[in-house]
Design a protein around this ligand. Structure first.
Ligand SMILES: C[S@@+](CC[C@H](N)C(=O)[O-])C[C@H]1O[C@@H](n2cnc3c(N)ncnc32)[C@H](O)[C@@H]1O
Length: 285
């Protein structure tokens, strides 16, 4: 059974292995990804030849390599754009071991809140202390369980100023929550000031409900049936209405093939398509 907190590491492992491609064919560049991972993971990674890792991952979970790297690249792009005056602070909901708060120059001037389960927050703090010698002053690490706690109250008690226009990241997280957990977070997002931004991913509801597998039987068996890790999905047709119920308007709603056109095609690499996860970028009205 997969432990939910442990899923915070896999995207960063993929980003770290991606750094072994020459810069011209990399989907994302991140010189912190390998260093922030625990020593044991880094040691194991030394035994994993780059192309074999991509092949094995693509075989088990078709499309996951490009899917995760493209979603990271897209959110980085939107963040850098919005950090140029559109937003005043950043909240990464379910940040896992993501590194963008520490590597994107545009974020160095903004208060950034990284929110995750206590286990991941503690692990991240200890890795940051090892790698950077500190948790940088602009970043606050916030422990929470979205299914049990109110993000507004927890963030406020950690110094988040709710009146500031905020860029919310909710990357690879919604599927792990109950519908109540998602709605509680949306209730909090409904109070964000106009002009705030939200970049989030979701898994198709027909997949989580076991109606259509999209070639992802392995993930369905592991994360939905056995592990009960993935619990929430959305129907692409309903996303705009769902968000509008909380005062948000969709600016862009993308599938993997559109992301791959932007970020994989220029590298000349051939990666499988990720049909079950989609990306949404929205603004608060
Ligand atoms: C697949 S990882 C994504 C991590 C990161 N956003 C990324 O894309 O690199 C999912 C993250 O959501 C967090 N998460 C899942 N359920 C949560 C909950 N109930 N409360 C807080 N965090 C949760 C996990 O701990 C994990 O770090």
């Amino acid at each position: 059974m997969v432990k939910t907190a442990a899923t915070g590491y896999s995207p960063t492992v993929m980003v770290a292995i991606e750094q072994r491609f020459p810069e011209s064919t990399r989907i994302i560049s991140d010189d912190l990804a390998a260093r922030i991972l625990p020593a044991a993971t880094r040691l194991r990674m030394l035994l994993w030849p780059r192309d074999l890792m991509v092949r094995i991952t693509e075989k088990k979970v078709p499309g996951v390599w490009g899917g995760i790297l493209c979603r990271k690249r897209y959110i980085d792009y939107r963040l850098a754009e919005a950090a140029g005056g559109q937003v005043e602070t950043v909240v990464n909901l379910g940040a896992g071991i993501d590194t963008r708060a520490y590597r994107l120059p545009a974020l160095a001037r903004l208060p950034v809140f990284e929110v995750d389960l206590p286990e991941n927050i503690n692990a991240k703090r200890s890795r940051l202390m090892k790698v950077l010698g500190e948790v940088p002053a602009h970043v606050t690490l916030v422990p929470i369980d979205f299914d049990r706690e109110d993000p507004g109250a927890v963030l406020a008690s950690n110094g988040y100023a709710a009146e500031m226009r905020t860029f919310f990241i909710w990357e690879g997280v919604t599927q792990y929550l109950t519908e109540e957990g998602v709605r509680a977070t949306m209730d909090f997002l409904a109070k964000a000031p106009a002009g705030s931004r939200l970049a989030f991913t979701y898994i198709r509801k027909d997949f989580v409900d076991g109606e259509v597998f999209y070639g992802h039987e392995y993930i369905y068996k592991t994360l939905v049936l056995k592990g009960k890790n993935w619990r929430f999905g959305m129907d692409p047709e309903n996303v705009a209405d769902f968000l509008s119920g909380y005062g948000w308007r969709v600016l862009e709603h993308l599938g993997f093939d559109e992301l791959a056109e932007r970020y994989v095609k220029p590298t000349g690499r051939k990666l499988l398509s990720m049909p079950i996860e989609r990306m949404v970028y929205a603004e608060k009205l």
